[in-house]
Write a protein that binds this ligand. Structure first.
Ligand code: 5GP
Length: 386
């Protein structure tokens, strides 16, 4: 009976929760956190075998971690606290303020800093600054959570409990505007409710570019066109651009990993995006699977695939007209256009099945005025399952 109640309580306590205006989903439960801490404690104890370390906990966020950590630490140790502040709401700021400083001498001591989470590394830089000139025998950093994708420094981190994606978390000492510190589990911001990630399909001439521009404005999304990404990286000779170019020079296809890395950079440089429109990617099942895997690692997902459908003959007419105005030769030759359509059908057809199976595929009638089509797309977006 007791077990059942505990289990029910456990399920109940791991539901989606609301803090202020945001919703958060269960991410790491209390038992898993304790396992991580036990492992960290053994690692630190092994390195501190012949010494009595001074643990310095960084307030406020690390108070729970520090208390569980020292409770697990069986040998002699001392603990003290510093209080730093860098976060405002959900954003790390460049300015780290020291609110309470060190109150003991750490000269000649082995110091282990206990941090709850390392994000950009600004706070860590301040920690290194605080201990510089204090004459410590050794300085080590132990952090329960670490966001490698957000980390901008080159400073040493000695013990990492768990690397996590670049998403905002709360609970177990970590707050969202001062609430949530008392939660025993860790929750992450439920971006699937607030984000809208779309894949846009459409044959040449179906109006993908025009519609993407409207949708991006209307829903505040970031438009990621792989064609644009390639051109940008190659033109600016970025490391990925050079890598892509090296394959193209040999007449080889650029491997999916390179494209995925370009997408990753684009996603990482827009951490506050309300969502993304993927345009030109994926083109094959392998790419769709790679995109899913990569997005999952970021804690996000595709919500819907929107395909602008239009009769081939109408599109051919449109393209030929466009070709006359723009002078684009590949738009003027009807047989070349038909070839591009055949290629599109061959490549996209399996993807349609892929997304249909996931319940994410939405065919949109692409014939009509720009506004009519935008309205159809908007209706589909607003009814997407979150
Ligand atoms: P950094 O200076 O490395 O950017 O950030 C470190 C501090 O920012 C942490 O000590 C913590 O207070 C706060 N922080 C960073 N990421 C998160 C997060 O995902 N959730 C919460 N609640 N605070 C965070």
């Amino acid at each position: 009976m007791r077990k059942i109640r505990t289990f029910v309580f456990y399920l109940f306590s791991m539901e989606i929760i609301k803090i202020h205006d945001k919703s958060f989903e269960p991410y790491i439960d209390a038992a898993q956190i304790q396992q991580i801490i036990q492992r960290m404690t053994s690692e630190v104890a092994r390195d501190m075998e012949d010494t009595t370390p001074v643990f310095v906990s960084v307030l406020n966020g690390a108070f729970m971690f520090a208390s569980d950590f020292v409770r697990n630490y069986k040998a002699d140790c001392e603990i003290t606290f510093v209080k730093l502040s860098s976060y405002e709401g959900m954003h790390s700021t460049e300015k780290v303020r020291e609110l309470i400083g060190l109150d003991i001498s750490v000269e000649g001591r082995d110091v282990v800093v206990l941090e709850d989470i390392i994000d950009t590394g600004n706070t860590l830089e301040e920690i290194y600054r605080i201990f510089h000139n204090k004459g410590v025998k050794s300085l080590r950093i132990a952090t329960l959570f670490f966001k490698p994708d957000a980390y901008k420094k080159n400073l040493k981190i000695d013990y990492v409990g768990m690397p996590i994606p670049n998403r905002f978390i709360v609970g177990y000492g970590l707050d969202y505007d001062e609430l949530g510190r008392n939660l025993p589990h860790v929750y992450q911001l439920n971006t699937s409710l607030t984000m809208t990630n779309l894949v846009l399909f459409g044959k040449p001439g179906a109006g993908k570019g025009t519609q993407a521009t409207f949708l991006k404005e209307k829903y505040n999304l970031v438009h990621i066109s792989t064609g644009d990404l390639f051109r940008y990286n190659i033109k600016n000779e970025t490391p990925l651009g050079k890598l892509a170019q090296s394959y193209m020079d040999k007449g080889d296809l650029v491997p999916d990993e390179v494209t995925i890395q370009m997408l990753q950079q684009e996603i990482d440089s827009n951490p506050d995006a309300k969502g993304f429109i993927f345009d030109g990617f994926p083109r094959t099942i392998a790419q769709a699977e790679a995109l899913d895997a990569f997005l999952t690692s970021k804690g996000i997902k595709i919500h819907g695939t929107l395909a602008l459908e239009a009769d081939d003959e109408i599109l051919i007419q449109r393209l030929v007209e466009r070709g006359k105005v723009s002078g684009r030769t590949d738009d003027q030759d009807e047989s070349k256009i038909r070839n591009r359509f055949v290629e599109y059908n061959q490549k996209t057809a399996p993807l349609i099945e892929f997304y249909k199976k996931q319940g994410k595929y939405h065919a949109i009638n692409g014939i009509g005025s720009i506004e009519e089509i935008t309205n159809r797309l908007s209706e589909a977006i607003e009814n997407l399952e979150k």
